[in-house]
Design a protein around this ligand. Structure first.
Ligand code: AHR
Length: 510
């Protein structure tokens, strides 16, 4: 029996809704086919955006969408993607599959997609191969309200009103595909480029924290996995000779971490794996917590008040592509194992919401750990989609103190995991949401709650369960889906059994 203690009166901080964010790159069939099919497609669409996909994404309340990359961002020249579509420049997407990019999805289309989704915008600028002027003009094009060359151009292209850019990434993976820079070199470049990412409203006294929605919140490129030298080098240079009020002129520092069960070179199949690989994958997902602590400790040295957000804007599983698909398209299936990776990771982010202010799953449709897969007019919701739906009420809720008794399980000494993962929050309507995952490949576990600070009168629960390798396909789209689960309150507490490899979400009302 796992004893589970929750003190709903002890609030630990706000779980920013942006922790449930997504990432979309000009990569494979993520944007083209996956979300954007064009106005003339037979696939039902609104202004070119697939209706089925937009509806499914609205159901999980996508809070923010990062675009246009990824590695693509540092090769993207935004002016290629505006104006009449027939005149837009065609280019080769050298990073991803060497296919022709016709630029029919550009700034206006991205803003339209975000409008339909009702989500915030996170635009990633090109520092690696672009110029300061180009980046500056893009921000002017998108956000300036008055009379200016870029605002006039935007109006000429059919959108007189400015858009809101909520987050702006100043380069991507500049330690690698974004220019192979050293941390100090990047940080100096960041200082220069970000100066011209103009905030057209507010003044020097504007609250520059990641939590101020009035700002264009600038995100500096952070580390890959455990590269603490990068974090240290970037922060040292950002904070050197700068007004401390502006905390290095940055509101967020990114972190990228992917789970490859068999390492970067081999990766491993998305759908065929045994118990050993199951645990290896989940142990690697758990490593996210070590990374947050590792980089967080360095951020604390420079920013003890935690004004700079840790932005995990690329995370998820990265397996070998589905047989017969373009290796450059990164198309992979998604199983109950991905559901557990998502549950583990999102619970970790919730628990670290004092520092983790945004995260973006890579990538939203048809690429890596997607929430949706499409094939022509068909679409399936992946097990990961279900986890995002089950966790959606954590968005903007208050994390509360919670702790569950765990056992360490696994098959190999270096890949042991706790058997259970959990987090709990109270939302603005006073409901208590609990999300728990059972990581075991074989064992069911009974759980017994001890809830204080909350007088629960009503309970509802949803469970996602199945075999480890269960997945949804175009022929069988409903193999993995949530089921309602009848739980009974006993003096405000619950006792229930969580099946092996399952995720449960429980909502309690007073
Ligand atoms: O998500 C795929 C790629 O992974 C992104 O383009 C890049 O930023 C990362 O290496």
């Amino acid at each position: 029996m796992a004893e589970y203690y929750i003190n709903a009166a002890q609030k630990m901080g706000k779980i920013n809704k942006e922790i449930y964010g997504h990432f979309s790159e000009h990569l494979g069939r993520c944007i083209y086919e996956g979300m954007y099919v064009g106005e003339n497609s037979d696939i039902p669409n609104v202004n070119g955006m697939r209706t089925d996909v937009v509806e499914a994404l609205k159901e999980i309340r996508v809070p923010v969408l990062r675009w246009p990359g990824g590695c693509f961002a540092d090769e993207y020249h935004w002016k290629d993607g505006i104006g009449p579509k027939e005149k837009r420049k065609k280019m080769i997407n050298t990073h991803w599959g060497g296919v022709v990019e016709d630029n029919s999805f550009g700034t206006h289309e991205y803003m339209e997609l975000c409008r339909q989704l009702g989500c915030e915008t996170y635009v990633n600028g090109n520092l690696g191969s672009g110029t300061v002027q180009e980046m500056s003009e893009w921000v002017e094009y998108m956000t300036f309200e008055g009379v200016s060359p870029m605002a006039d151009l935007r109006a000429k292209n059919g959108h007189p009103e400015p858009w809101k850019v909520d987050f702006f990434g100043v380069g991507n993976e500049n330690w690698g595909c974004g220019g192979n820079m050293t941390p100090e070199f990047y940080a100096n470049e960041y200082r220069r480029y970000q100066t011209y990412v103009r905030q057209y409203s507010g003044g020097a006294e504007t609250d520059r924290s990641i939590d101020n929605p009035q700002m264009i919140r600038k995100i500096a490129c952070g580390a890959n996995v455990a590269d603490t030298e990068w974090t240290q080098g970037v922060l040292k240079t950002l904070f050197r000779h700068c007004d401390p009020r502006f905390h290095g002129n940055t509101e967020g520092l990114s972190l990228h971490y992917y789970v490859h069960p068999e390492g970067w070179d081999i990766k491993g199949s998305a759908t065929e794996f045994d118990e050993k690989v199951w645990y290896k994958t989940l142990a690697k997902a758990h490593y996210m917590e070590d990374l947050i602590n590792m980089h967080g400790a360095i951020m604390d040295q420079y920013d003890p008040e935690k004004k700079i957000g840790m932005i995990v804007d690329e995370w998820g599983t990265w397996f070998t592509v589905e047989p017969g698909t373009n290796p450059g398209f990164l198309y992979q299936q998604n199983t109950m194992r991905d559901a557990l990776v998502a549950a583990i990771t999102l619970n970790i982010f919730n628990k670290h919401c004092d520092r983790v202010k945004m995260a973006c799953l890579a990538q939203i449709v048809n690429v890596l750990q997607s929430v949706l897969l499409t094939e022509g007019p068909q679409m399936v919701k992946t097990p990961t989609w279900y986890v995002f739906r089950m966790f959606r009420d954590h968005q903007d809720a208050q994390l509360v103190s919670s702790c569950i008794e765990t056992q360490t399980i696994g098959e190999e000494a270096q890949y042991m995991v706790p058997n259970l993962t959990e987090s709990a929050s109270v939302d603005k309507d006073g409901r208590l949401l609990i999300t728990i995952g059972n990581l075991s490949a074989a064992e069911d576990y009974p759980v017994n709650t001890h809830i204080t600070g909350f007088d629960a009168k009503k309970v509802s629960a949803q469970i996602l369960a199945g075999q480890m390798t269960d997945k949804n396909t175009f022929d069988e789209p409903d193999t993995v889906k949530t089921q309602s689960c009848a739980l009974e309150l006993n003096e405000g507490n619950l006792s229930f059994t969580l099946p092996a490899h399952s995720v449960i979400t429980i909502t309690l009302e007073q």
